[in-house]
Design a protein around this ligand. Structure first.
Ligand SMILES: Cc1cc2nc3c(=O)[nH]c(=O)nc-3n(C[C@H](O)[C@H](O)[C@H](O)COP(=O)(O)OP(=O)(O)OC[C@H]3O[C@@H](n4cnc5c(N)ncnc54)[C@H](O)[C@@H]3O)c2cc1C
Length: 517
């Protein structure tokens, strides 16, 4: 056996022990920051072990500009995951390696989705996760994250034209994008943008507790595995500055995200036993669901060169106003929808030096209820080697059919006079729109919306693929919980950052209830 998990005797010269933490939170990202802050506020001693850097509080002013500036998506601090799309195309699966996690580099859209998806989680054996149970937590997270909708005068010309074109194509304007009871409609996105700043969960949750004695943030420390003795988690082993680092606590909470958390569980001997043995990893809990149920929101996007008119109007707007690339969104329903809507269309502009206008316009349709499921597998027990991420995008024909509807709808919108004047020559466009040609184009051209989830599914029965119970506790291992995107049984038809902050709120609450109950 290459791994001896119960052997905690490692070289004491290179080991630091926190010794005084009640809880270790692995990953100070979107959910991890929420969990850590809530536990510290309640008086617990928490060590956050984060693989990336921590730039301190917002007020200290040390954060790199691109992570703070909410106008565009940052490109640094990436973990480097990659894989293939349905047509074999190479796809990057960006994930942020920094305190705040993906909330520190995402698009800031904060839509909670549709209540029926949460009610379905509850009905599948996860009591306490219905929309009505979660409403107060959504309200708390929204407040902390400073979520607000763009005012009409803040909407830049391309985004305004999209809304006008969507209305002309038959989708009503709505102000319900921040509600769990919303229907089909289009409007300005609710965003966690405060004075142009991407208000990530590190600012929203960790900053208020940074001065508490109970909080320790261990940075640039990548967790290799959870240390397990007698079916109980007793701590974690990480690598910091090339040296092993061992931390102990009563409870370990994994918040390393939809790729990071299953990687850690698998390296810890928690996962499908046969796969673990192939890697020479000692099995602590045979859980077939670890790494399975991987899904994401796939997207098909039309792309165009921007016109001179677009350049001029954006320049004029930027002289007096803050100019974000993305601001609006339409919720639409394909014939495959099992709820009020199943597609998001959320156009953006981005600088492109290859275009005479200097701009590229993108009109994507993202599928919110994918049926396809993939799997994450370890390539090696070495924590420096990223897992194989097989999303199996569009393996289910219904996913292609729903995206095809989204593309048809986007084609109708781009032809409306309100938008057409901003769009120049097509740069990514289907050559045919009958079913077969469009399906082939979608398979070989699709992307995704960076919403991976589900790899440690929540549910009552491990024999049916559940990895954690409805309290986030890993089945068969005491003292170990998961709180992040990986616990989602199925993605809500939302932008998931807000629901994932809510997962952090709920699991922190359950940890505290258990201690006081
Ligand atoms: C480019 C981009 C744009 C997006 N736009 C939006 C949007 O507009 N709206 C929206 O709602 N969602 C958006 N998302 C998705 C959303 O941000 C994520 O789904 C969500 O933030 C994930 O939260 P999480 O807590 O599961 O993981 P993360 O926020 O990724 O947190 C995981 C943390 O764990 C750390 N970690 C991982 N492995 C280890 C390890 N071994 N040891 C120690 N630490 C580790 C990571 O460094 C990270 O800090 C976007 C994502 C991307 C990448």
């Amino acid at each position: 056996m290459r791994r001896e998990h119960d052997d905690l005797a490692v070289d004491r010269r290179v080991i630091e022990r926190t010794g005084d933490s009640d809880v270790i939170v692995v990953g100070g990202g979107t959910a991890g920051a929420v969990v850590a802050a809530r536990l510290v506020e309640a008086g617990l001693r928490v060590a956050v072990v984060e693989a990336g850097p921590d730039y301190g509080s917002y007020r200290c002013g040390n954060w790199p500009g691109e992570l703070v500036d909410a106008r565009a998506l940052p490109v640094t601090h990436d973990w480097g995951y990659a894989g293939r799309g349905a047509g074999g195309q190479q796809l990057a699966f960006e994930r942020a390696r920094v305190i705040g996690g993906c909330s520190a580099h995402n698009g800031c859209a904060q839509l909670p989705g549709w209540r029926g998806d949460y009610d379905a989680w509850a009905a599948s054996g996860c009591p306490g996760w219905s929309a009505d149970d979660l409403r107060p937590l959504f309200a708390r997270s929204r407040k902390r994250l400073r979520v607000r909708a763009y005012a009409p005068e803040e909407i830049q010309p391309f985004q305004r034209a999209f809304l006008d074109a969507a209305v002309a194509a038959g989708i009503p304007l709505t102000d319900d994008l921040d509600e769990l009871d919303g229907e089909v409609g289009c409007g300005a996105e609710p965003v966690n943008v405060a004075d142009g700043v991407r208000w990530n969960t590190a600012f929203a949750y960790l900053d208020p507790v940074r001065d508490h004695d109970g909080l320790a943030i261990v940075t640039d420390a990548a967790v290799d595995r959870v240390l397990i003795a007698n079916s109980r988690a007793v701590g974690v082993r990480a690598v910091k500055d090339g040296q092993p680092l061992e931390l102990r606590a009563e409870l370990v909470v994994l918040s390393a995200g939809a790729y990071g958390t299953p990687e850690i569980l698998l390296r810890s001997g928690i996962g499908p036993a046969a796969d673990l043995r192939v890697q020479g990893i000692e099995v602590h809990a045979d859980l077939s669901g670890v790494g399975a149920n991987l899904h994401d929101h796939p997207a098909s996007q039309l792309e165009f060169a921007g016109t001179e008119r677009l350049r001029k109007e954006l320049e004029l707007f930027a002289r007096t106003r803050w100019l974000p690339e993305e601001q609006t969104l339409a919720k639409i329903a394909s014939p495959m929808a099992d709820g009020p809507f199943d597609l998001h269309v959320y156009p953006w502009v981005e600088p492109d030096e290859a275009q005479p206008s200097g701009w590229r316009c993108v009109v994507p349709a993202g599928l919110l209820t994918p049926r396809s499921r993939g799997r994450l597998r370890l390539r090696s027990p070495d924590p420096a080697v990223r897992a194989e991420v097989d999303h199996a995008y569009l393996a289910e024909p219904a996913d292609v059919a729903a995206l095809a509807y989204g593309v048809h709808w986007a084609l109708r919108v781009i032809r409306q006079a309100e938008l057409a004047g901003y769009l120049g020559p097509p740069l990514r466009f289907p050559s045919g729109t009958h079913d077969e040609a469009l399906g082939a184009w979608i398979r070989s051209n699709h992307a995704h919306i960076w919403h991976p989830a589900g790899t440690c599914r929540m549910g009552p029965d491990p024999a049916k693929g559940a990895v954690v119970d409805p309290g986030g506790r890993v089945h068969g291992v005491r003292g170990l919980r998961v709180a992040d995107a990986s616990v989602l049984p199925s993605l809500p038809r939302a932008t998931p950052a807000l629901p994932i902050a809510v997962i952090g709120e709920r699991i922190a609450g359950l940890i505290l209830d258990q201690r006081t109950g």
